[in-house]
Design a protein around this ligand. Structure first.
Ligand SMILES: N[C@H](CCC[C@H](N)C(=O)O)C(=O)O
Length: 261
């Protein structure tokens, strides 16, 4: 069976997107998704998404990690699927769509290459030693450090992700260095089981953790640099709850094609 797909990336977090409004892509078994995302044997991507119809929303987003498992929320994926929906003519400048963690509002630039995606409200940040642990649609571990450019993110991320606390459910491991005017973040992603160039729910988790850590309240805008580019997180924090949380950044189509599965 031939499948038409588009490849998108948001700050280097890359995805295969399939317009599945006609439900022709039924073959979402683990191995097919794994093969399509494989960087040697397939198209290559950190994840795969299906855009599907929904009676109450502009569309529904179904997200699979590169390992083939149905994933939790993907922030950069969410931004990319909004750009995809605009390119398909499903939406204009604004949208309300449904993802695994609930409804999301997003707005997209006129050119269709910059997306501000609203994330879920957060009221709980836990601690694991010095690290912060929270769920921004996906589970995240946030550790502060210096010398992050030269840090072995793969080794240390993998060790934390597979320790006794997190092994079963898995966790995404983010390392952050405060650079004064911005945060520098690197992430080891569950489901990819490797460092990725960017993680949207991850940088969101980092920005919220740092605001709580620094006792910042009010309307906060946090610029973040990741390996694949620049992202920005904006939110309101009253000392208890994080609301109006927006993940903002680029979302670009790279190519499209056909693949036989
Ligand atoms: N890259 C994603 C995270 C995907 C979630 C996944 N790695 C998991 O938690 O299983 C993002 O931009 O938010």
């Amino acid at each position: 069976m031939k499948i038409h797909f588009s490849k998108y990336q948001g700050a280097g977090n890359d995805f295969i997107l399939i317009d599945n409004r006609d439900l022709s892509f039924k073959d979402t078994d683990k191995n097919t998704v794994f093969q399509l995302c494989h960087r040697r044997f397939g198209i290559g991507a950190d994840g795969l998404m299906l855009l599907q119809n929904h009676p109450d929303y502009d569309f529904e987003m179904l997200y699979f990690n590169a390992d083939g498992n149905l994933g939790s929320m993907c922030g950069n994926g969410g931004r990319c699927i909004v750009a995809f929906a605009k390119h398909l003519g499903i939406i204009n400048q604004e949208t309300d769509f449904l993802a695994v963690d609930g409804p999301h509002y997003a707005k997209i630039s006129e050119k269709g290459d910059w997306v501000d995606l609203q994330m879920i409200d957060i009221d709980t940040i836990n601690k694991d030693g010095e690290a912060f642990v929270l769920n921004t649609g996906s589970p995240h571990y946030v550790a502060q450090m210096n010398g992050l450019e030269d840090y072995d993110v793969f080794h240390h991320g993998k060790t934390i992700r597979n320790n006794d606390t997190y092994k079963k459910e898995g966790i995404n491991v983010n390392f952050v260095e405060d650079k004064g005017d911005h945060l520098f973040v690197r992430t080891f992603e569950r489901g990819v089981e490797d460092e990725t160039y960017a993680c949207g729910t991850g940088v969101t988790a980092v920005a919220l953790s740092m605001a709580q850590h620094k006792n910042q309240t009010g309307h906060i805008k946090t610029p973040v640099k990741v390996l694949g580019g620049d992202l920005s997180i904006e939110f309101d924090y009253d000392g208890k709850q994080f609301t109006h949380v927006f993940l903002c950044g680029p979302a670009q189509k790279v190519f499209e094609g056909e693949v036989t599965i």
